[in-house]
Design a protein around this ligand. Structure first.
Ligand code: SF4
Ligand code: SF4
Length: 238
């Protein structure tokens, strides 16, 4: 485990009490230590941790270990543990809260940076004009290279479109061709849709940092765009 210097006093840690208050349905005191959660968890064994061990540390008040383990970033929050657990303890939900307790400067830098950038518009920081340009450029390439898709559409800021679609920012940035299969599916299905030229990034890294306020802020900004365009439905691709 990498050495960290988390100031427990500063974050007033009594992690167990805080979890009990934030996630009262978690029933952490009812854990039977049976290990069923660990048996199906994709993060078992990473960082020398698993959900059963993580929960024991929490119940036994081992705040330092709980706050310092990077295992919380290996948990996918898939909730397999919750469905395997005879006491329905949701370790993924607890992990989310623990992530939010980590001081910002002690979180994985790339993750926090992506969340900070997303609060400004998108998690990669590319200008909106570049996103619009890449969409147009890729569309043109497909129309030229694949005559059967000569009528393919990838609209941006189309007022009154039925569906608003957001986009993982990584794709227009590093693998733009990955946007095309969904365009084709929507086209084949006759769906009336649009991207927006602002707040178009659907990958919300503020969920992964455990910051509900940042997460809500970015989702609300997207909802404002959907309303301004007059779209009826919001499709979140992430
Ligand atoms: S939510 Fe986390 S702890 Fe639970 S099974 Fe998924 S990865 Fe494991
Ligand atoms: S499955 Fe539930 S009861 Fe069993 S060890 Fe995991 S959290 Fe505890």
């Amino acid at each position: 485990m990498q050495e960290k210097h988390i100031d427990l006093e500063r974050i007033r840690a009594d992690v167990k009490k805080r979890i009990e208050a934030a996630v009262p349905e978690a029933n952490i005191n009812y854990c039977l230590t049976c290990g069923l959660c660990a048996s199906g968890c994709p993060a078992t064994g990473l960082e020398d941790m698993d959900p059963r061990k993580f929960l024991r540390l929490l119940v036994l008040g081992q705040d330092k270990e709980i706050l310092e383990t990077d295992w919380i970033y290996s948990c996918t929050m898939c909730q397999r543990c919750r469905y395997a657990c005879p006491m329905a303890i949701d370790v993924g939900r607890i992990v989310y809260e623990i992530r939010g307790m980590r001081p910002r400067e002690e979180r994985p830098k790339n993750l926090q940076r992506s969340c900070d950038l997303q609060r400004q518009n998108n998690s990669t920081g590319i200008p909106n004009e570049d996103f619009v340009w890449v969409v147009g450029d890729v569309l043109e390439e497909v129309r030229e290279a694949e005559p059967q898709w000569k009528d393919l559409q990838a609209p941006v800021d189309k007022k009154g479109a039925t569906y608003y679609l957001n986009q993982n920012a990584k794709e227009p940035t590093v693998e733009p061709e990955e946007m095309v299969p969904l365009w084709k599916i929507l086209h084949a299905a006759g769906i009336d849709w649009t991207y927006s030229s602002e707040w178009w990034d659907g990958a919300n890294y503020c969920l992964f940092t455990g910051d509900p306020e940042d997460w809500e802020y970015t989702v609300r900004k997207q909802a404002e765009v959907v309303d301004a365009l007059g779209c009826r439905y919001y499709i979140n691709t992430e």
